[in-house]
Design a protein around this ligand. Structure first.
Ligand SMILES: Cc1cc2nc3c(=O)[nH]c(=O)nc-3n(C[C@H](O)[C@H](O)[C@H](O)COP(=O)(O)O)c2cc1C
Ligand code: SF4
Length: 671
């Protein structure tokens, strides 16, 4: 094992975070762990692959005391959404060996989480096992009630899975007791309506949990047995905080476990977005700590070290999970230890590329850390100097320009960045104006701070002309000039009553009367504009050609927007395709049926789409807001061919932040 560079006491007020903690037969080298999370780094057999090793090792190298692999399914009857590992397959043992050896090499501990996803499935893949035949509220699955033999089978499967983990050199296991998984289904009176010894009283509903714990403890011997509980199910009719505290007490009194890790949620997401308060589950951990005599871990939007240290100081927890904080910055602990907390890349809670990618059946990534999930290939890009130092001029200080400048500077280039605005951050600053989206600012603030720390010559309030750029004698010019509003195809010409979404979100100009927002991006800008118009007291209708608004946005973020839209009285019309705008009459003519309302066969000489005979839906509006943009590439035309000009970000194609940042990283790695 290599020497641990994380000496306690190195970080001033944060030093408490670096104190070791004894858990059962193991020692956490500090108080910061990475809680269980699925990575989708799997092969076709749902076994962890080499990318997974590189991924977890990077977090151990960065100083995390313990990393927990996401749910490993203990039995084939478990659904396996989000690329959950198959821990019922003996072939996982050598994969565990590779993971544990590599993590131990860097002084960390590693455990897999044992689980059975119960009814968390749409049921398409086969029969759904659960204690009782209670349909899952969110997923809609209708399970069949497990027989006693099934109950025994699954119970034994937990123990067998635990044995595989220990055989693979893992430091133990974490048992998922909450999160709506199988044990939670047995514990909850909502989903356990059994009449045998596993149902009925609180004690009887706890029986499955206790017997699983007994089997797993026997399987792991003196290795770690952690449990992950809910502070509350936060679901009507299910287990509330008091009920969970009783369960925690039973778990503690069993004497079988080494620590309790407190999360929350039964049906919904266990990953709070930026719209949720930081440290949202700390109060649950505090209550558990007051109730049981076991080390307690807290989790949930603990995004910065000061908050984490305060949680320890206040007695809320003995250790903290900073999970997405490590997805965003795997070297968080090392930076604390070295007094470089300003350099920590904060998780902004967007869930766009961690949970978001899992939902798209791709492996975990981070919206503004291009290396995450691709450590095997990219981890040395930032620390490897370029072959030759070059003079790089970046035009545009949005995410794409900032990331290009940052990575270029890290690689030793001499970088100048122009931005016409007074502040760095580009359109992200506009997007962050919407309630619940202000966390976006942290991403561009971090990029801006890093760019300055790395010595980039930042020139604000400067619209870079070709002469300005050429005066710097650049070897490479990177255009990250973004996009500007464009005239929608369905509007014949510009008009003061036709506005871009960004302008409306920025509060320019004042709106009144009826506003129709035509959302053709399926991202958040249309919803943000609708909210901004509603805030001005307008009567707002949001039109989208898709079956739902913002279909490309992660469910939790979309749900939050939808709740705000409904609360603001915004009318939402789905599957409604705008075909033309009658400016004089102030009416949008739409076809119901989404894209079916258009036919692309008939495009006239002006490029206007002609529509077939779909019944017209007229939407009257005093103002019309649109989401059309076009690249701002004028500078490209003005620079001579002799200059090496590259383009990145919205100037090429409007992206979300990750598209801009990841492309910028790859671009800056190429010269
Ligand atoms: C991509 C992703 C996958 C996750 N998978 C699991 C999982 O398999 N099991 C689990 O108990 N929690 C899972 N979680 C929840 C995390 O362990 C953690 O509780 C959550 O991210 C909140 O903590 P944070 O704000 O520090 O990220 C996952 C979280 C993320 C972001
Ligand atoms: S994608 Fe967003 S939520 Fe996920 S780790 Fe990165 S910053 Fe955090």
């Amino acid at each position: 094992m290599s020497a641990d560079p994380l000496a306690p006491g190195a970080a001033g007020n944060l030093s408490r975070l670096l104190e070791p903690l004894r858990l059962g037969g193991r020692t956490l080298r500090n108080r910061i762990i990475v809680t269980a999370h699925a990575t989708y780094n799997i092969d076709a057999e749902h076994l962890p692959n080499e990318d997974d090793v590189a991924y977890f090792v990077e977090r151990a190298r960065g100083g995390a005391a313990l990393v927990a692999m996401g749910t490993t399914a203990v039995h084939p009857s478990s659904p396996t959404p989000y690329g959950i590992y198959h821990n019922f397959d003996d072939r996982i043992v050598p994969r565990y060996e590779a993971l544990s050896a590599a993590v131990h090499e860097h002084g960390g501990l590693i455990v897999p989480q044992l689980g059975h996803m119960g009814a968390r499935t749409d049921g398409e893949a086969g029969p759904v096992w659960a204690p009782s035949q209670v349909s899952h509220h969110l997923w809609g699955s209708v399970p069949y009630a497990m027989s006693r033999a099934d109950v025994r089978t699954v119970m034994e499967a937990y123990a067998s899975a635990a044995k595989r983990a220990v055989r693979g050199g893992m430091d133990g296991v974490e048992l998922s007791v909450g999160h709506g998984q199988m044990i939670n289904l047995f514990l909850s009176p909502l989903t356990n309506q059994r009449e045998d010894e596993y149902g009925g009283s609180d004690e009887a509903r706890f029986r499955f949990c206790r017997e699983v714990l007994e089997g797993v403890r026997e399987a792991v011997g003196d290795a770690l047995l952690l449990v992950r509980v809910n502070g509350s199910d936060e679901a009507p009719g299910s287990l509330d905080q008091d009920a969970w505290l009783d369960i925690d007490q039973r778990i503690a009194e069993s004497g079988l476990v080494d620590a309790i890790n407190v999360s929350a949620n039964f049906y919904g997401s266990v990953i709070p977005t930026m719209a949720v308060a930081r440290g949202c589950y700390l109060h649950y951990a505090r209550a558990v700590k007051q109730r049981v005599d076991l080390p307690v871990g807290a989790v949930g939007r603990i995004t910065d070290p000061t908050m984490a240290a305060q949680a320890l100081e206040d007695g809320d927890a003995d250790f903290v999970g900073m999970t997405r904080a490590h997805i965003a910055d795997p070297h968080l602990v090392r930076k604390i230890a070295e007094g470089r907390t300003d350099e920590i890349r904060p998780c902004i809670g967007c869930i766009q590329m961690c949970q978001g990618e899992l939902g798209r059946h791709r492996n975990v990534k981070c919206v503004y850390n291009a290396v995450t999930g691709r450590e095997r290939f990219l981890r040395e890009v930032e620390t490897t100097p370029a072959a030759a130092r070059r003079r790089v001029v970046v035009v545009g200080g949005g995410p794409a320009g900032l990331e290009t400048a940052r990575v270029s500077a890290l690689r030793g280039h001499d970088v100048t960045l122009f931005d016409e605005r007074a502040e760095l951050g580009g359109v992200v600053r506009v997007a962050a104006r919407t309630d619940g989206r202000d966390g976006l600012i942290d991403a561009v603030d971090w990029l801006g701070n890093e760019v300055r720390r790395l010595g980039v010559d930042v020139r604000l309030r400067r619209t870079a002309e070709a002469a300005d750029v050429l005066a710097l004698k650049p070897d490479v010019v990177v255009l990250a000039t973004g996009a500007s509003e464009a005239l929608p195809l369905w509007a014949e010409r510009e008009d003061r009553r036709l506005l871009g979404a960004a302008d409306v979100v920025s509060g320019r100009p004042a709106l009144s009367g009826t506003v129709a927002v035509v959302d053709e991006t399926d991202r958040t800008s249309g919803m943000s504009a609708a909210l901004a118009a509603a805030e001005q007291g307008c009567s707002v209708v949001l039109l989208t050609a898709r079956p739902g608004p913002a279909e490309l946005v992660e469910r939790e973020v979309r749900d939050d927007f939808l709740q705000r839209l409904v609360a603001a009285g915004v009318e939402i019309r789905t599957s409604t395709q705008v075909r033309s705008w009658d400016r004089g009459a102030g009416v949008l003519h739409c076809g119901v049926g989404g894209l079916a309302a258009l036919t692309y066969r008939d495009v006239d000489d002006h490029g206007h789409v002609l529509v077939r005979d779909v019944p017209d839906l007229a939407v009257a509006a005093d103002f019309v807001v649109h989401t059309w943009t076009e690249p701002r590439a004028e500078l490209f035309e003005d620079l001579p061919d002799s200059v090496d000009v590259r383009a990145v970000g919205d100037v090429l194609n409007p992206h979300r932040i990750e598209g801009a940042v990841h492309a910028a990283f790859e671009l800056a790695a190429s010269f």
